[in-house]
Design a protein around this ligand. Sequence first.
Ligand code: SAH
Ligand code: SF4
Length: 361
Amino acid sequence: MDEIDDILNKESFSKEDLVRLLSTNEEESRKIYEKSKAVKAEQIGRKVYFRGLIEYSNYCSKNCLYCGIRAGNSRYIRYQMPDEEVLEAAKYAYDNKFASIVIQSGERNDRKFIDSIEKLLKEIHRMSDGKLHVTLSLGEQTEKTYQRWFTAGAHRYLLRIEVSNPVLYSKLHPNDKHHDYYERLEALRRLRKVGYQVGTGVMIGLPFQTIPDLADDLIFFRDFDIDMAGMGPYIEHQDTPLYQFRNELLPLHDRFLLSLKMVALLRIMMKDINIAATTAMQTIDPQGREKALLVGANVIMPNLTPVKYRQNYLLYENKPCLDENAEECNSCLEARIAMAGDEIGYGEWGDSRHYKKRMGS
Ligand code: SAH
Ligand code: SF4
């Protein structure tokens, strides 16, 4: 048996194993994908869960050096969706049996924002008779805020650690107390303590990032015992400070392949978690999300944000589906998923099996 088979047959991967697996050539990578496909088929089955994505607001108080909607970028018109539009999108998700939505926005910690999310959560709960699950992705907050939103009906929270290496983190963020690696880690712990299903993730192919860094990211997910993951390639944005390093990046296609490999390896390592096929993957390869589903992902996030806002929620460049409304987006997704050989878990919450086990149910 060759070296790659030997590693793949191990019970648990070491950092050296992961570095080797992340460095495989195309031929060798196929073995990883065969294994991750088999794990997915056995543990997860062929079901894909929809999370309708609502990009609630692009106001952000932070200045992450990679992100297009950072506070310092004055090129975008800032918006916050009125409640009626959020409820309409939530209703669309409910009527189409998505069973779950994600409310995402730039980070704000002011009282008005915290109150408005709480109010929306209560209204969504009322509108759907508690049947529509809500995931939040609203950045770092205090325990009290996380608790309030949890009590108001949110069940899951996505907060990417972005990179698990604190030194690399400091190169990608301004060096102030609002962009502190340990604060972000603490926020993840707070979410866990309050009782959320916790999702995190990283960007792949960032400037200064190495293969050993990515191996550490996978180990971080395992050690933190996460319930959900969302990972995708870093895509440069010309209105951000990190753009100056664009010539030092891996070619886009290689960033895509590395992201695919990260998804496959995470599926092998954490067999029963939910893994998202992210929009950033589709940005590089039109069939990127389907490819991610094939090698191990089981969650997809159709965009339900009204088209008029999408031009102003560009975290990175060339984001797809800027002019497609929810219905068009939905029918094209169904066809795409069928193409990948999966089926959609309509009307099912799709909690990660990992979370259920963790909670003893
Ligand atoms: N403000 C919240 C949620 C919105 S940002 C937060 O930061 O948690 C959601 C994710 O977009 C971030 O976690 C980051 O991983 C991703 N993102 C931002 N800029 C990106 C870029 N240039 N390329 C790829 N992903 C990016
Ligand atoms: Fe704001 Fe999130 Fe973008 Fe950072 S990644 S600038 S917190 S929207």
